[in-house]
Write a protein of this length. Structure first.
Length: 211
């Protein structure tokens, strides 16, 4: 998500002196960075926890990049960026699908959708030993069609029942609904932050600048 400002001559800039106008880019960059910090913080502490069943409270903080380096706005680059680490492509695709919805297509014969109680890894995924292929190599684990749906099942004991469903195997693309309101909530937080902080940052810039 990028937070930026279109540069133009507004009624505000016409109403102040030339010295004040020189401070607008600096003040704007600081206000943009304030907004980016607030969006990141709000996403980690409020938006993400209310959007998903939280298994690892540290996940989103670890995934999202700090607001520094190329992500910070400067007086020559009036854009601040809130994003996840670029090295985490798998997380980026996953979070993007949660944020905007979309369609997940099987890469092979079928798409394996894990049962809720399989997602036991700290960051919310499935442990390596419980993934479809390793699971099928274990005793009492097998494929079976139930009511027209192909599944991977596990027999919990040596008895015929009960059976634990590990995966539902879908041959068709699966629609994923939007359940992570990152863009909607982020936009509201950014607008509110800019409205609250720009005047304060502009006053600070004028006080600290040399005439």
């Amino acid at each position: 998500m990028q937070i930026n400002v279109s540069s133009n001559i507004s009624t505000f800039t016409k109403a102040i002196d030339a010295f004040g106008r020189n401070q607008i880019p600096f003040a704007t960059s600081m206000a943009l960075n304030d907004a980016a910090f607030e969006v990141r913080k709000d996403t980690i502490e409020r938006v993400w926890p209310k959007s998903v069943k939280l298994r690892n409270p540290a996940f989103m903080k670890a995934v999202m990049m700090p607001i520094r380096g190329e992500n910070r706005a400067t007086k020559r680059k009036l854009t601040a960026t809130v994003q996840n680490h670029p090295t985490g492509a798998r997380h980026r695709d996953y979070l993007q699908r949660l944020a905007v919805g979309g369609v997940k297509t099987p890469e092979g014969r079928s798409l394996a959708i894990p049962a809720q109680d399989l997602r036991t890894r700290a960051r919310g995924g499935v442990t390596a030993g419980n993934r479809p292929r390793p699971a099928l190599d274990k005793p009492r684990t097998f494929r079976q069609t139930v009511n027209g749906h192909e599944m991977i099942l596990r027999r919990r004991t040596q008895q015929r029942y009960p059976l634990q469903r590990l995966y539902l195997l879908e041959q068709s693309p699966v629609t994923i609904d939007n359940q992570f309101s990152f863009y909607e909530e982020g936009s509201r937080t950014a607008r509110r932050s800019m409205a609250q902080n720009f005047n304060k940052r502009f006053a600070q810039a004028k006080r600290s600048a040399r005439r």
